[in-house]
Design a protein around this ligand. Sequence first.
Ligand code: BJW
Length: 269
Amino acid sequence: MSEVSGTPSQSIREAALAIRRSHRLVVLTGAGISKESGIPTFRDALDGLWARYDPQQLATPSAFRRNPKLVWDWYHYRRGLLAQSQPNPGHYAIAELENLLPQVVVITQNIDGLHHKAGSHDVIPVHGDIQLNKCFADCQGDPTFIDITRLEWDPESGPPRCPHCGAYVRPAVVWFEEMLPHAALERAYELSATADVMLVVGTSGTVQPVASLPFLAYQSHAIVIEVNPEPTPITMVARWSLSGPSGVILPQVIAAIKAGLSDSGAADA
Ligand code: BJW
């Protein structure tokens, strides 16, 4: 049942109460949280020039080896989209949780930086950051970041070259078949195993290892709350599945938390 309506539904109020009581909240986000900022989700069909490509076929090291210019141009196009985007009410609602709860950590699969831009402080971007670039050979150690603003190259000929070793430069994101950054992933596991509530927003729950985190949290006795217009594999472990766009649902959750706080304040007085 959709939760999108004028007044918060019973399940939004119940989920808000669980969040309000949380001491260790983990928010796990995917591409859906940024959809209302105008950024297509990963599994949305591409449009325009990119309509004939499958993102799953582009976001791999083998695709980059095969056609570095194609993959580089795709990320250039996405950087352009992002330059015109702002955080939406869903991002701001998550940032506001920090003012209401003792501990909030955001684990995000998104590479767009919009949680930071909305004001969240503790964000773990487990799939990297589209604004950064690195050497494809990681010649100076993993990762070898490269500042491309200092390089001169002809974009018509493909990506720039690493000034240390001459390998291609690539976006510092995690592609299929690549390992996630070790420290970030370890922290994500640790937080998921010790959370008391995990709020899962806008992910299809299909890409490992991150897709396993809600199940780890659930097995470790956390309450799992999902916000997504569609059911996902995570729905089966969610105590509440709040169906609708996160930019609509999450502000309602925040309002319900605040209403609960003022009710309990009045009761305490
Ligand atoms: C809304 C909304 C609104 C819409 N509001 N919601 C076990 C079994 C089988 C395979 C594997 C396995 N373990 C590992 C693998 C391989 C692979 C994998 O998981 N494959 C699956 C496809 C099966 N995993 C990996 O390769 C990972 N590495 C790894 O495991 O290393 C070990 C290893 C080494 C060597 C060989 C094998 C393993 C790496 C994964 C890296 C993923 N990278 C990407 C690209 C990042 C850069 C880029 O963006 O270009 O990350 S792929 C892509 O998927 C991206 C996303 O972060 C990620 C997750 O997608 P997400 O965020 O869930 O988005 P969508 O589009 O799927 O869903 C959007 C959701 O939003 C939907 O549910 C909508 O309903 C919802 N929504 N509007 C709220 N308004």
